[in-house]
Structure formats: C-alpha cells, structure tokens
Design a protein around this ligand. Structure first.
Ligand SMILES: Cc1cc2nc3c(=O)[nH]c(=O)nc-3n(C[C@H](O)[C@H](O)[C@H](O)COP(=O)(O)O)c2cc1C
Length: 152
C-alpha cells in the first residue's frame, strides 16, 4: 500500500508530525511520502492508495477553531478522491474542538472514505504517533479493499 501524507504547516510542527507518521509507515515496510497539501499534483495523488491529511488548528482557543484556512482551501481544490481511504490528524496547543470533524466533512465532500483521525497537542504528543499508525493501517487497508460506495 502506497501512503501519501499531506500536511498544512505554518511553523513546522505539523510537518514534524507528518514526517514521524511517514517514518512509522516505513518502519512497517510500507511506502510512504509526505507532501505539502497546497502543492500536491494530480499525478502524485493518483499514485497513492491511501492518504493521511493533517492541518494545524487555527482559531481563538474557544471560538472560530478549525483547520487552517490554507488547509480548507487546499482540500477544496483536490480532485475527486473516488472513495480513496483517508485518515486525518491535526496539531494544536490547547484543544482541536471541531477541527477533525471539519476535516472529515471537507474530505467526504471530495469523495474520500474517512477512517478516523487524531489530534496531536504539541507537548509530548509525538509519542502517540506509533499508536496512531497502528490504528489507521488496518482501517485504511479495510477501506481500500471495499469497492467505492460500498457499506463497511
Ligand atoms: C494564528 C494561530 C491561531 C491558533 N489558534 C489555536 C487555537 O484556537 N487552538 C489551539 O489549540 N491552538 C491554536 N494554535 C496553535 C497551533 O495550532 C499549533 O501550535 C500547531 O501545532 C501549529 O502547527 P505548525 O507548527 O505546523 O504551524 C494557533 C496558532 C496560530 C499561529
């Protein structure tokens, strides 16, 4: 299974998490690469069996909290994902609020099959990367086996 990890990062932590996720996939013998969400091209997307999509959390801690505007824009510009399995993640300082649900809705609009997500808070959260990858590998594989539009 070829995994493409797409990230929107402003100051580098989301990129760090994306690279740690990539390295966990590779440690399991899978092919995984990272690419900035706003720069991915159709050919790179087409070559991936499954996607992981991550954004930093933007907002005012209690109000207006969600994925970064750049991520919202870039997901909206993706081609039809035609049932492609996708896992999500976000990074934040305090709380993601509805960020993962918003990412899921945006990706469902692009035709993805979303299998779940995780919020990485900056402090100490890289230790959760192995468990995150453990959880999403079988989910991505199951979703990838099902024909597009089929009930799980
Ligand atoms: C303008 C701005 C708004 C932010 N708003 C929130 C927020 O509402 N809640 C939160 O938990 N973190 C918030 N953060 C923190 C970032 O989501 C967090 O530091 C994230 O890991 C940054 O990722 P990056 O280093 O990849 O840019 C905000 C950061 C910035 C720069």
């Amino acid at each position: 299974m070829r995994i493409l990890i797409l990230y929107e990062s402003r100051r580098g932590f989301t990129l760090t998490v994306a690279r740690a996720i990539r390295d966990e996939f590779r440690a399991r013998g899978m092919t995984a690469t990272t690419c900035a969400l706003g720069t991915v091209d159709a050919g790179t997307l087409a070559a991936a069996d499954a996607l992981v999509v991550g954004s930093w959390v933007a907002g005012k801690i209690v109000v207006g909290v969600g994925p970064a505007a750049e991520a919202i824009r870039a997901i909206g510009a993706l081609p039809d994902l035609d049932g492609r399995p996708v896992a999500t993640f976000c990074t934040c300082d305090v709380a993601p609020k509805g960020t993962l649900a918003t990412l899921e809705d945006l990706l469902l609009e692009r035709g993805a099959t979303v299998v779940g997500g995780f919020a990485f808070r900056r402090r100490g959260s890289l230790r959760h990367v192995p468990a995150y990858v453990d959880a999403i590998v079988p989910a991505l594989e199951r979703a990838g086996d099902a024909p597009a539009g089929a009930e799980a």
